[in-house]
Design a protein around this ligand. Structure first.
Ligand code: IPE
Length: 271
């Protein structure tokens, strides 16, 4: 494998924050996860969700609808302050583990010209940071757009952009679930997908979505599958692992078997 390839690690908002309580950081879990990441000697980019540092105020101020009135601006300012604080907590935790990281503001690098094409992306600062050995830390953000003036931009959407700009080996989603869960037709329960090619995930999407069979364990499972279907074309592997057990992350990084979902991407077939 090419040593210059990157891994992207997504720290989901629900694993590093308590999503129900405004600005509630899960300090110990974040420290344990960063501990594991610090042992990893490969080029990495970290993308984190906003969790309760973003979603609560975003909902309150209807940020996703775009600009409607000036009262939203206070919300926008507060979200930026809060997400910045969360990014800096991650940077500081990594620094305490001896890993030099630097936070980048997503909305200062990405701009949505129109909804049909990929947003424009000023990627050079990230590339430079990486070449000198820094770990870039980015997040979901309130993005400026031409059409709506601003909107919510998820960390997953950002990853979709990053995999098209960088030579990415794996995208590792650190979440609070054991992997991608689907309904088990035989047992009438829920089962975890352990390892599968991207194409099989497409099948599951078609078969199970249309019949609404794919377990709605959380509202975001569907969105996650859609994200994986998109980024899986550009990377070798997409992994979904539960960050509540950092040993699993450690095993994923070392490519040892553990409880997670591994989707084999289609990067090699694209060359
Ligand atoms: C959301 O980012 C960004 C804001 C609400 C500002 P994500 O969608 O990636 O966050 P999580 O992982 O769901 O918390």
């Amino acid at each position: 494998m090419n040593q210059n390839m990157f891994d992207i690690i997504k720290l989901g908002g629900s694993i590093i924050t308590d999503k129900h309580e405004y600005k509630q950081l899960k300090t110990e879990i974040l420290r344990d996860i960063c501990n594991v990441i610090a042992t990893w000697n490969k080029n990495i980019i970290i993308v984190h969700g906003a969790g309760s540092f973003g979603h609560i105020l975003a909902k309150k101020h209807s940020i996703i609808s775009g600009y409607t009135d000036s009262t939203q601006l206070e919300g926008l300012t507060d979200i930026r302050i809060d997400v910045n604080e969360l990014s800096q907590s991650i940077v500081k935790t990594l620094k305490n583990q001896g890993k030099p990281a630097i936070a980048f503001q997503t909305s200062a690098l990405v701009f949505d010209e129109n909804e049909e094409t990929n947003p424009s992306f000023f990627v050079e600062p990230l590339k430079k940071a990486l070449t000198i050995g820094l770990i870039p830390v980015l997040s979901g953000d309130v993005l400026f757009t031409n059409e709506k003036d601003f909107t919510i931009y998820s960390g997953d959407s950002l990853i979709n952009l990053l995999v098209q700009e960088f030579d990415v080996d794996r995208v590792i989603f650190i979440t609070d679930v054991d992997g991608l869960m689907v309904k088990d037709s035989k047992l009438d329960g829920i089962e975890r997908l352990s390892s599968l090619p991207l194409n099989d995930l497409r099948e599951i999407e078609i078969a199970d979505y249309s019949k609404k069979d794919l377990a709605d364990v959380t509202g975001t499972m569907k969105g996650k599958v859609e994200t994986i279907l998109s980024i899986g074309q550009f990377v070798n592997q997409v992994v979904v692992v539960n960050g509540n057990d950092p040993e699993r992350i450690s095993k994923v990084l070392r490519r040892e078997p553990t409880i997670c979902t591994i989707v084999e991407g289609e990067k090699s077939t694209k060359r």
